[in-house]
Design a protein. Structure first.
Length: 230
């Protein structure tokens, strides 16, 4: 995602997320006769979320981020169709010359309400094409909703990115020394769930403030956490 790194850094609160090594050929996203290559994406399998939530299509995977390469007209057409809630086809190359076909729509809603989407695009400097990143507003570090999508550059960076997002959104006072404890707790309680991805790391996070307050109180009493000075 080199051409939009400055904007993609909005997703981490630091620098742009690193892509895993490129695989050839790239997956393809298709809809209504338009197509583009996918250099990175994150999705939630249909089996992992309730069906028919506020207009969401039953039996389809929910896209949480997709990075596209292609002609400007195709990228704009795919963006429009995704935004309208149309089903798109994601074709992922598999071994033996086969491919895995997934039917997807943009994620439309979480427990905290409707999901709004953003498009970040730029021309490719040495090719006659464009790069576009379709991302939910809750993946932006500056967003204020309680739930969020985070894109750490590595597994080691996940606790820090989680702390940055959580500390901005959560009304509870959180100390930086608790970073790794907060991340382990989020994973253990299911408040941070890994998404299926291509060339990215992505987590869908839905903090429970009341449960977090109770767990922090217990951890402080047991001295699993240190009390902030002052």
């Amino acid at each position: 995602m080199a051409r939009v790194e400055g904007r993609v850094s909005l997703f981490t609160g630091s620098s742009a997320p690193a892509l895993d090594a490129a695989a050839e050929p790239l997956p393809v996203l298709e809809a209504s006769g338009f197509s583009a290559h996918v250099d990175a994406c994150a999705w939630e399998p249909a089996t992992a979320h309730p069906a028919d939530q506020q207009g969401e299509v039953a039996g389809h995977d929910r896209l949480w981020l997709v990075s596209l390469l292609g002609a400007q007209q195709s990228l704009k057409a795919l963006w429009a169709r995704l935004l309208q809630g149309e089903r798109v086809t994601l074709r992922v190359p598999a071994e033996g010359g086969l491919e895995e076909v997934r039917f997807c729509t943009l994620a439309r809603v979480t427990a905290h309400g409707s999901v709004s989407w953003r498009l970040f695009s730029a021309s490719l400097p040495h090719a006659a094409g464009y790069h576009a990143v379709v991302a939910p507003a809750i993946a932006l570090h500056a967003d204020d909703r309680p739930d969020f999508v985070m894109l750490p550059r590595s597994d080691d960076e996940a606790p820090l990115v989680h702390y940055r997002f959580l500390n901005r959104r959560c009304p509870l006072p959180l100390h930086p020394d608790w970073t790794h404890w907060l991340w382990r707790r989020a994973v253990d309680t299911g408040e941070a769930v890994g998404l299926q991805t291509h060339r990215l790391r992505a987590f869908l996070c839905a903090p429970n403030t009341d449960a977090l307050r109770a767990d922090i109180t217990t951890a402080l009493r047991r001295r699993d956490l240190s009390r902030p000075p002052g």
